[in-house]
Design a protein around this ligand. Structure first.
Ligand code: HEC
Ligand code: HEC
Length: 258
């Protein structure tokens, strides 16, 4: 995206943001619905209102009052793109069908994405975190006309051996990952790839230990099994990599960190 386009987007976001910011949670939704023809169903009001208010308080300055990623902070820093819950896929998923389940959203809400500038949720109350997650599910469902939490969560299998053969992990990495991440994982001499909105970026530099979806073994297991929806990174289902091969890759990822 060039500077002029970014400027235009930011200007538009600011005007839309200022205009909409005075709306109440309910008024906001009616407004958003009126300006978003894709909306096809009415939001079930009570279940949604509490989460919507929390969203306006804690999330809208980045994700936009209408959840479209155009909050007033969006566009202020290069490559800072709060997710649009209306247009984009959720990337940090753990399900067979690669659609985020409630658990996936809750994980992101609790942890935040510090590597990308997203703080953890201000509220530590589990019930409030769940209200925000429910709001996102509903928003996403209505905007994209699909249900989010239909996926079976992939169970993270136990490891048969505590550490795997690092040579095997390295070979698997070279065969399956290096075309995008580079042989050394630094994504240096590799091309940029478009995401689903057409924004170009290199694959992640895996030597920095920055895993937006979390760095635990389970997180990395899901990232490899499910890939990153909305990006070019494919899923590696059990038909292409066995559980032990995924663990070998994870061990290799750990050796890449500087
Ligand atoms: C300071 C800005 C900021 C705030 C505040 C913020 N986010 Fe984010 N959020 C981001 C950015 C940037 C991304 C995209 C990260 C990336 O590049 O993958 C993101 C991504 C997400 C995602 C996508 C996760 C996925 O699986 O793809 C979810 C869900 C999310 N945010 C929820 C929230 C919720 C809920 C709140 C409020 C409690 C919130 N965010 C507050 C900046 C923010
Ligand atoms: C077709 C290109 C492509 C291939 C092949 C690929 N990746 Fe990726 N990968 C990406 C891109 C692009 C991103 C960054 C996506 C983003 O910005 O959200 C990424 C991000 C990641 C992340 C960061 C996840 C996070 O939580 O932030 C990990 C870990 C990762 N890849 C591991 C792998 C492994 C292991 C393999 C091989 C089994 C692999 N990738 C194969 C393109 C690829």
């Amino acid at each position: 995206m060039n500077v002029a386009t970014r400027g235009l987007l930011l200007g538009g976001a600011l005007i839309a943001g200022t205009w909409l910011i005075f709306q109440t949670a309910t008024g906001y939704w009616q407004q958003a619905a009126a300006t978003e023809p894709i909306t096809s169903a009415a939001m079930p009001s009570d279940a949604f209102a509490a989460g919507a208010a929390l969203f306006q308080r804690d999330c809208a300055h980045c994700h936009g009052v209408a959840g479209d990623g155009s909050g007033e902070l969006a566009g202020t820093v290069p490559d800072f793109f709060p997710r649009s819950f209306r247009e984009e896929s959720m990337r940090f998923v753990s399900t067979e069908n690669r659609a985020a389940c409630r658990e996936d959203l809750l994980r992101t809400i609790r942890r935040g994405i510090p590597e990308a500038g997203m703080p953890p949720s201000l509220t530590t109350h589990a019930a409030e975190q769940e209200q925000i997650a429910d709001f996102l599910i509903e928003l996403h469902r209505i905007a994209r006309e699909k249900v989010l939490d239909v996926g079976e969560q992939i169970q993270v299998p136990e490891r048969l051996s505590p550490t795997s053969n690092s040579e095997e992990g390295k070979q698997l990495f070279l065969a399956n990952c290096s075309a995008c991440h580079g042989a050394d994982g630094k994504a240096g001499a590799v091309p940029e790839f478009p995401d689903e909105l057409g924004r170009l970026a290199k694959a992640r530099d895996l030597t920095r230990g920055e895993f937006f979806g979390g760095a635990s073994d389970a997180d990395l297991f899901w990232r490899i099994r499910c890939g990153l929806p909305g990006t070019v990174m494919p899923a590696f289902p059990s038909t292409s990599l066995s559980d032990e091969q995924v663990w070998a890759l994870i061990d290799h990822l750990r050796t890449l960190e500087d």
